[in-house]
Design a protein around this ligand. Structure first.
Ligand SMILES: O=C(CO)COP(=O)(O)O
Length: 254
């Protein structure tokens, strides 16, 4: 398999110091497929990054949930990409729909962030996805293509990018995309990459699904040919995250 299965856990703005340690203990004690089969990345809030990185098993990695768009400086409240590099945080999630909608991050701004983070050597989980209204009006593909285009316009090196398709209507709602719905968009995104970036990038870039993934629905989603893993929200705070990591074996058995 050219694309190693990828499971990200986005803890969002959740957790106390005690809870975070408990989650890490559960992860550390879990038996999961080897690093050759699945890449696991957990993303705690900024303030917990050092403690999680320090305690977490070495075969799992950490991601920040955001970073500033350019070099740090007089930007009160922001966290720079340089700081993540300095702390040895390898990954960052950018363009999450909660930031796009609640904090008005435009696709261009997200594209700038992705390019800047990559330029410093960070690996990026770049998120795209349509709202329910956009899906119902038939513009899903136009929306995710435009969001991807804003990233592709500024990025020439895709090895360190994972593309996360997260339909907004499926995030935190319990309304998961059906395997067919996810596969359809992932395939279209891969075609878009093929036509607009290049054949090699299209084949090698992991496109992961996010939106109400849980221990019960992960296997069927993982069985879809263009679903290369997950970005998990709520369930990544619970022991069932282990089951989601284990769904990587569905892929390796195909
Ligand atoms: O936004 C998500 C991951 O980034 C998905 O969240 P849920 O899994 O809670 O729906």
């Amino acid at each position: 398999m050219v694309r190693k299965f990828f499971v990200g856990g986005n803890w969002k703005c959740n957790g106390t110091a005690e809870e975070v340690k408990k989650i890490v203990t559960v992860l550390n004690e879990a038996e999961v497929p080897s690093e050759d089969v699945v890449e696991v990345v957990v993303s705690p809030p900024f303030v917990f990054l050092p403690v999680v990185k320090g305690l977490l098993r070495p075969d799992f990695q950490v991601a920040a949930q955001n970073c500033w768009v350019r070099k740090g400086g007089a930007f009160t409240g922001e966290i720079s990409a340089e700081m993540l590099v300095n702390l040895g945080i390898p990954w960052v999630i950018l363009g999450h729909s909660e930031r796009r909608s609640l904090l008005n991050e435009s696709s261009e701004f997200v594209g700038d962030k992705v390019a800047y983070a990559l330029s410093l050597g960070l690996k990026v989980i770049a998120c795209v996805g349509e709202t329910l209204q956009q899906r119902e009006s038939g513009s899903t593909m136009a929306v995710v293509a435009a969001q991807t285009k804003a990233i592709a316009a500024k990025v020439s090196y895709w090895d360190n990018v994972v593309l996360a398709y997260e339909p907004v209507w499926a995030i935190g709602t319990g309304k998961v995309a059906t395997p067919a719905q996810a596969q359809e968009v992932h395939l279209e995104l891969r075609k878009w990459l093929h036509d607009n970036v290049g054949a090699e990038v299209a084949v090698s870039t992991r496109i992961i699904y996010g939106g109400s993934v849980n221990g019960a629905n992960c296997k069927e989603l993982a069985g879809q040919p263009d679903v290369d893993g997950f970005l998990v929200g709520g369930a990544s705070l619970k022991p069932e995250f282990i089951d989601i990591i284990k769904s990587a074996t569905v892929k390796s058995q195909l």
